[in-house]
Design a protein around this ligand. Structure first.
Ligand code: ZN
Length: 728
């Protein structure tokens, strides 16, 4: 049998959250292990804080407990999964074997039942292991996974046995009325052998681990990438859920920015490239990891418009939940319907389609055609132009994005979706089409959540400016992983697919956050992941503004700006190495905006700056510097010292206070302790009994006299200024 025993992990993985990777000491068991039968099944062993950790791509992470020397079991997972290592003669670990004590499994027939057992069967608990029963000239065979086929030896009526890998398995078909076979029970367990394919774990881009050649290939705008400007992508995909694989092609149309002959496109190395066509001829190419160097037959002239087409196929990576990197999620919904979502922010769009995978270059528009098994709904970005049923039992969905789009926003969702639409009528009377999708059984919840979309859009249009993609309309939908996909905003699952009826009440806040990215990220977005606070700081601040509009600013401060950032690394990452980093850019980004708003002290000026940034950098990848300059220009004040401290240094400015009481007079000596030499932020403090006002500390001490006050009466407005305070 080839179905793997990890489906139980699905039940623990739902509570997993992204964790920051930590460097691991050497351990001779650490590495990547993979089965030969299922290319998508990969297990990683790591050591963290003295503990061995097993992670299964796309599923979850559990600690490994040693039960006796050399023998382990996976914590939490039930039924118990044991793990042993296999060594070569020299004592090196070359594989691990996993064994799960299981009860007999019932596999339910997919589709029509009949007296002939030939057909497909799946587990009720996890859709992707599928067993095929084949009938060849009245001899039955069982096939699972991608390759193996074993003959079924008849033992009695409806009862068979087969052998795989020297192990015997029992097979019993179960029939219903009229003798139609509805399911098959398979007994017997087997150890699953995973070969060690690497002694090191895949590199995760961050400052701690350093950066690699691959990070530079993806993150740097080298001459082989900057030589062309993408105008249009024409992406066509066929999704094959059973093998978790895809086939596809992409036509890349570009304008030459200077004469060139060699160009880089990006496609993850686990895909095979079937052909690259140019003017009817196949092109030569060289692959270097995830980069593909394509050589044109002759140099193209500056300004010329041209195109090539890449045809490719393969099994895309599944998401690595630990490293918060993307991939393709393959799940079932609660009705056992296929549910799929692609998530590529960070890891890069080239994890499933070939493109110039750099944030600095958006096509002017894009066509996306996705073919899925008939009966399922597919959703991509922009406008649905067509839905075509194909004779192959598949349906093609044709989408068009009528605006520039960042490559990581390009998405496919597949599932048993239902659609409903609405219209947002703006105060001025013009309209914006709204489209919503949810899983069939979540329609009531979805209607309740999405009913807040008009209020939210009105708020964002007031505070940030007009919705940036009016021709495509606004679309929000339920999906597996919340993400700000342009024109197809995913708000996450309405209910956990793992926990039955548990309704995720926080999904509306997720809608606020992900929808804010239509302004911050999808319209005005960074040109390099190092500057991603422009997406996340502003989107987190949008959540704050939503609460402020509903409950007031004081409540918003309490409800959304609580907790404290780590302040271990600057918000701005490392440039040119695809430095996708999480952390402080969310909360600290929002806190710095609220601090700057308090500093500005003028809400109409404050929100006019947001509008100006949205207008000035419309559909344009920007650097932090451009955003900063706009703030300084429109406020008429140089705020470079402010942005430098909050964005480019880890530490928060410290307000250093010394008190001396003399009768009813309080003498206060104050100064800033900050990394930026000229740091000079005014801040609101007690300036008289019961009254707040601004003082203007610098990094040099100043003293003020407060009459009728004691140290206890003196407060600093840390609700609206994100600073640390030291009192002596
Ligand atoms: Zn976000």
């Amino acid at each position: 049998m080839r179905y793997h025993p990890f489906y139980c992990l699905l039940f623990v993985s739902s509570s997993l959250i992204a964790q920051q990777p930590t460097p691991a000491p050497a351990d001779d068991r650490v590495g990547v292990y993979r089965t030969t039968e299922d290319p998508s099944l990969e297990l990683r062993l790591d050591r963290r804080e003295g503990q061995l950790i097993v992670s299964i791509l796309g599923q979850g992470v559990v600690p490994l407990k040693e039960v006796s020397p050399g023998h382990y079991k996976l914590a939490i997972v039930k039924p118990v999964v044991t793990l042993d290592f296999e060594k070569d003669i020299a004592g090196n670990i070359i594989a691990c074997r996993i064994f799960q004590k299981e009860p007999p499994h019932t596999w339910t027939r997919v589709g029509e039942t009949s007296a002939d057992p030939a057909g497909d069967y799946h587990l009720d608990i996890n859709p992707y292991p599928i067993v095929h029963i084949l009938n060849k000239n009245n001899s039955l065979f069982i096939q699972s996974g991608l390759h193996h086929e074993s003959p079924l030896i008849k033992l009695g009526p409806g009862t068979y046995q087969y052998t795989y890998d020297d192990k015997k398995y029992g097979v019993k078909f179960q029939s219903g009325a009229g003798g139609a076979i509805k399911s098959v029970v398979i007994t017997g367990s087997y150890p699953l052998r995973l070969t060690r394919v690497s002694k090191t774990l895949p590199h995760v881009s961050n400052r701690v681990n350093g950066f690699t050649h691959a990070d530079t290939l993806q993150g740097m705008l080298t001459p082989v990438r900057s030589c062309y400007d993408v105008l249009f992508y024409d992406l066509a995909l066929t999704i094959l859920p059973e093998t978790k694989s895809i086939r596809g092609s992409n036509t890349i149309r570009w304008r030459a920015v200077r004469p060139f002959r060699r160009m880089q496109v990006d496609l993850f190395e686990n895909f095979s490239i079937d052909t690259i066509m140019y003017h009817g001829n196949q092109l030569a190419y060289i692959r270097d990891g995830n980069a593909v160097y394509v050589d044109l037959p002759a140099e193209v002239a500056n300004g010329s418009i041209d195109e090539l087409r890449i045809v490719y196929s393969g099994t895309p990576l599944q998401p690595d939940v630990e490293a918060t990197k993307g991939g393709i999620f393959w799940l079932w919904d609660r009705n056992r319907q296929i549910w799929i979502e692609s998530v590529t922010q960070g890891i890069g769009a080239s994890v499933f389609w070939p493109c110039k995978d750099h944030l600095s270059d958006r096509p002017d528009s894009m066509r996306i055609r996705v073919t899925v098994p008939t009966g399922l709904t597919e959703i991509s970005n922009g406008q649905l132009l067509n839905k075509v049923d194909l004779p192959s039992g598949q349906t093609r969905f044709d989408w068009y994005v009528d605006y520039p789009i960042v490559t990581y926003n390009v998405v496919f969702y597949v599932g048993d979706y239902v659609h409903f639409s609405d219209v947002y009528v703006r105060p001025a009377g013009d309209t914006l089409p709204l489209n919503f999708y949810c899983l069939r059984y979540n329609l009531d919840s979805a209607k309740a959540v999405f009913s807040d979309a008009k209020r939210m859009l009105a708020l964002y249009e007031r505070d940030f400016g007009p919705y940036p993609f009016p021709r495509d309309g606004y679309t929000a939908l339920e999906g597996i992983y919340p993400m700000d996909h342009q024109g197809a905003v995913c708000i996450g699952p309405m209910r956990s697919p793992f926990n039955g009826d548990k309704y995720d009440g926080d999904v509306m806040r997720t809608m606020w956050h992900e929808s804010a990215h239509e302004w911050w990220g999808n319209n005005v977005g960074c040109a390099d992941y190092a500057d991603m606070w422009i997406h996340e700081g502003f989107a987190t601040y949008a959540g704050f503004l939503n609460v402020e509009s509903l409950s007031g600013r004081a409540v918003a401060v309490k409800e959304t700006l609580f907790g404290s950032p780590a302040n271990k690394e600057p918000i701005i990452g490392v440039y040119n190495v695809n430095h996708f980093h999480m952390g402080d850019m969310y909360l600290k980004g929002a806190l710095l905006l609220e601090t700057l708003r308090s500093l500005t002290g003028n809400d109409s000026l404050w929100f006019s700056i947001f509008h100006a940034i949205q207008r000035r950098f419309r559909y344009t990848p920007v650097a932090t510097q451009a955003v900063e300059t706009t703030f300084s220009e429109l406020t008429g004040k140089d705020y470079s010292w402010f942005f430098d401290q909050y964005l480019r240094h880890a530490a928060v400015p410290l307000l250093d206070l010394h008190f001396r009481q003399d009768g009813d007079r309080l003498y206060l000596t104050y100064k800033w302790v900050a990394d930026v030499p000229g740091f000079r932020m005014p801040i609101r403090v007690s300036v008289a009994p019961g009254r707040l006002g601004f003082i203007c500390p610098t990094t040099a001490p100043q003293t003020m006299e407060l009459t009728g006050m004691t140290e206890k009466d003196f407060t600093v407005d840390t609700d609206h200024f994100y600073v640390n305070v030291k009192r002596e």
